[in-house]
Write a protein that binds this ligand. Structure first.
Ligand SMILES: NC(=O)c1ccc[n+]([C@@H]2O[C@H](COP(=O)([O-])OP(=O)(O)OC[C@H]3O[C@@H](n4cnc5c(N)ncnc54)[C@H](O)[C@@H]3O)[C@@H](O)[C@H]2O)c1
Length: 323
């Protein structure tokens, strides 16, 4: 098989490309470089610059590289931006996906892996979120991921494409410093950013119905996440692969924001009390995955603890941003 990884020069895509190529899969990356960094890709993974929503580009790449499977990570991913620009998010994350799926079907490609998100669930009042927990996304971003899943499954049924949707929980860490996430959109880099500015970390709300009053999340190391993609790709590679599978990718363990901030203090050696600010609208008190289906269906479980995520993310932060 040859796998096309859309968004392959991105934070997660480059980790997926490394793991898959390292495991002997043939891989080609497609990225429009709106947020991607070519140097993240290993030398043996060719990079095509272009959009995963451009039918002409797709046709050419599929033919030139004899692509037989697609791992689709390219997307806009900022929740706040999606609230301000919903039409752009629907156009790129859903409209672009429709173009991609048409091209996939037209080229006779029969394996498709879609990068989804825990944002599809919204704010469910459960201890562990299973894949059967009702989805009620709370942002246009989450809506586009849920609509994307529907589209992937429908196209799979219509055209005989075997599909997997992976719902990632809170991704953190880096396999090596140069692969680290350079954006400041998630809690770990947001705390690093505060410390670097000589400011106290912020906690948004400490009166949630959780053990220490702060929000609880499920953090997953990006290297574990990449391994999950390899496991899903291997399942899709089976000669008799068919149907669809939707799987949570998390550790199944909750960590509170306060616990995380304390851990970041230990790792960075910069220990200072957090300032508590008002709750942010839309933050769920608790979002922790059931990881049972991933273990059962993919034979995959997360191995790396949260401390590894923080330590590796910090090394990446120091490389990209300095102290
Ligand atoms: N980072 C997280 O915590 C997280 C959590 C859940 C889901 N996801 C999903 O994982 C995927 C990858 O996220 P990431 O964190 O690596 O983001 P990222 O921004 O680092 O990577 C996305 C990559 O896609 C490229 N891209 C964007 N639009 C494109 C297009 N139309 N054509 C070609 N390339 C395009 C960008 O240049 C970038 O390299 C996204 O689909 C995101 O929604 C991420």
């Amino acid at each position: 098989m040859t796998w096309l990884i859309t968004g392959g020069a991105g934070y997660i895509g480059a980790h997926v490309a490394r793991v898959m190529a390292g495991a002997g899969e043939r891989v080609v990356a497609l990225d429009d470089l709106s947020a991607g960094v070519p140097a993240r890709l290993p030398a043996d993974v060719p990079l095509v610059r272009g959009s995963s929503g451009d039918a002409e580009v797709l046709k050419r790449v599929f033919a030139e590289h004899a692509v037989t499977g697609v791992v689709h990570l390219a997307a806009r991913k900022q929740v706040g931006e999606s609230v301000e620009q919903p039409t752009r998010y629907y156009e790129e994350n859903v409209g672009g996906l429709a173009t991609l799926l048409d091209a996939v079907a037209g080229a006779g490609i029969r394996r498709f892996l879609f990068s989804s998100s825990a944002a599809v669930y919204g704010n469910p009042d459960v201890e562990l979120i299973t894949e059967d927990t009702p989805c009620a996304p709370m942002s246009p971003y989450g809506e586009t991921k849920l609509a994307g899943e529907w589209l992937v499954r429908a196209a799979g049924r219509a055209h005989g494409i075997a599909t997997v949707c992976l719902r990632y929980f809170n991704v953190a860490g880096a396999a090596s410093p140069e692969l680290a996430d350079t954006g400041v959109f998630n809690v770990v880099p947001m705390v690093f950013d505060r410390l670097t500015r000589d400011e106290a970390p912020r906690i948004f709300g400490d009166d949630y119905p959780t053990p220490d009053g702060t929000c609880v999340r499920d953090y997953i190391h990006v290297a574990d996440l990449a391994d999950a993609h390899l496991a899903a790709a291997r399942r899709l590679s089976a000669p008799d692969a068919s149907g669809d599978l939707t799987v949570n990718i998390g550790r199944g363990e909750g960590v509170s924001v306060r616990e995380l901030v304390t851990l970041i203090g230990e790792v960075t050696g910069d220990i200072r009390p957090a300032v508590v600010e008002a709750r942010r609208p839309g933050d769920a008190p608790r979002a922790v995955a059931s990881a049972a289906r991933a273990g059962r269906e993919l034979g995959w479980t997360a191995r790396r603890p949260v401390r590894d995520m923080v330590e590796s993310a910090w090394r990446g932060w120091l490389l990209h941003h300095g102290r």
